[in-house]
Design a protein around this ligand. Structure first.
Ligand code: CTP
Length: 415
């Protein structure tokens, strides 16, 4: 069926003029080198679904470096990276494209990086994750635009199904568990029946994946246009609990997501991270940080979320703004915002929200220099006086520089 499909016109209609030029030049460079060249993966899927095209991935049968160099030379671009694994990244016409050598892959053990051998386009499609991602469009030789669909990706696109290529797929590479759910929710598809069974069966295979790779998958999920339904599925199917068992304890992750959306208008990656960390005890949070080999910023958000939540239990309606400020200043804003959005105690939520929205931005009007000019020697006393001024401003006791100067003088005159 796919043999008769030609996507040339569709390609020209969907790609930007620069992308069309780029593909034309890549095809002509490949022809001059007698190398078969294909457009592969997500771009073919998105093209067939009439979705916007983001990244262009090309596969060439044979050596990639020569093709990348020829293309870069012809269009005054740069080969910005290449590796012994026969991959190249070329920057041309304001965009970056990835070219890889067609490969055959096998996995020595679950979670290991694959053993790679050069292969043809058929091998390359068979090494992929899902049928909908395992199609190619031929660019060279002619006729260009021809669709290659040996694994029936188009059938699954029409049936709206995410289907693995073989029963060992999630065992080979358990990051595909997260990928499957990302595509399922992003495209409004379903997991094909056997794929759903395999996904549940192989959840424990997530243990074979290193922290860095898992974190990357989570980050891609957090960066999606709509992370919420994907995260709800990850919670519901036990994927989060398989990543870090204490996350299985909390049955409330999905309703927490709803509260998060209600409470914070523009959710960013670090807000979703704070949501993940929110139910954890401090030692469990450290476990999550280690499991995902988190960089400093992520680790700080996780720790700050747990500590803000703990602090909220001590917060009463009588806590002064200055006390709240002292406790929360220096903590990641995303952590405070998420802890506020998820807090069920009204007084605590109100204090944390006001801190995030107003109090954290409050500074005394006088600077340290101003205080020195009032006759205070440089040293710790300047800091103490600045704290005093901040407290007075948070309480609404001072609103002008003159009032602040008066307050400093009054304190200096006290015995
Ligand atoms: N791929 C795979 N197994 C993985 C990761 C990637 O088989 N664990 C293959 C898929 O064929 C995928 C292609 O590599 O289409 C490119 O990967 P990626 O850029 O992550 O995915 P896209 O399909 O481009 O999807 P997205 O729209 O999410 O960028």
């Amino acid at each position: 069926m796919s043999d008769s499909v030609n996507l040339k016109a569709k390609l020209e209609a969907h790609l930007s003029p620069d992308q069309v030029t780029l593909l034309r030049e890549a095809a002509s460079a490949a022809r001059s080198l007698s190398r078969p060249l294909y457009l592969v993966g997500g771009v073919v899927r998105d093209l067939l679904m009439d979705q916007p095209i983001q990244d262009i991935d090309l596969v060439v049968e044979g050596d990639v470096t020569l093709l990348a160099r020829t293309l870069a030379e012809n269009l005054s671009g740069d080969v910005v990276a290449h590796s012994q694994f026969n991959t190249a990244k070329v920057d041309i016409l304001g965009q970056s494209i990835d070219i890889v050598t067609a490969r055959h892959e096998t996995y020595r053990r679950p979670g290991a990086l694959p053993t790679v051998k050069p292969g043809d386009i058929q091998d390359d499609l068979r090494r992929r994750d899902f049928t909908i991602n395992a199609m190619a469009v031929r660019l060279s030789p002619e006729p260009s635009g021809k669709l290659l669909d040996p694994l029936d990706g188009r059938r699954d696109l029409s049936a709206k199904l995410v289907r693995v290529l073989h029963p060992g797929s999630f065992r080979d590479d358990a990051t595909r568990i997260l990928r499957a759910l990302r595509y399922e929710q992003r495209l409004h598809f379903r997991l094909e029946q056997d794929t759903a069974v395999l996904l549940r069966r192989d959840l424990s295979m997530l243990d074979t994946i290193g922290g860095h790779r898992l974190r990357r998958e989570l980050a891609l999920t957090f960066h999606e246009r709509e992370p919420r339904p994907i995260l709800a599925r990850l919670a519901h199917l036990g994927v989060l609990g398989s990543l870090h068992p204490p996350l299985a304890r909390n049955r409330d992750m999905e309703s927490m997501l709803a509260r998060l959306h209600h409470g914070i208008p523009r959710l960013q990656l670090l807000h979703y991270l704070a949501w993940l960390a929110y139910p954890l005890r401090p030692a469990e949070a450290e476990g999550l940080i280690a499991r995902l080999a988190m960089p400093k910023r992520w680790a700080a958000v996780v720790r700050d979320t747990v500590s803000t939540r703990h602090f909220a239990t001590e917060l009463t309606s009588s806590a002064s703004p200055a006390a709240v400020y002292r406790r929360l200043s220096g903590l990641s804003l995303e952590a405070v915002q998420v802890a506020a959005a998820l807090e069920t105690n009204g007084a605590a939520r109100e204090s944390m929200t006001r801190y995030a929205e107003e109090w954290r931005k409050v500074r005394p009007l006088l600077t340290g220099q101003d205080i020195v000019k009032l006759g205070v020697a440089q040293g710790p006393q300047v800091g103490e006086l600045l704290d005093l001024l901040l407290e007075a401003r948070l309480k609404g006791g001072t609103t002008t520089r003159a009032e602040e100067r008066a307050l400093v003088r009054q304190r200096l005159e006290e015995p």
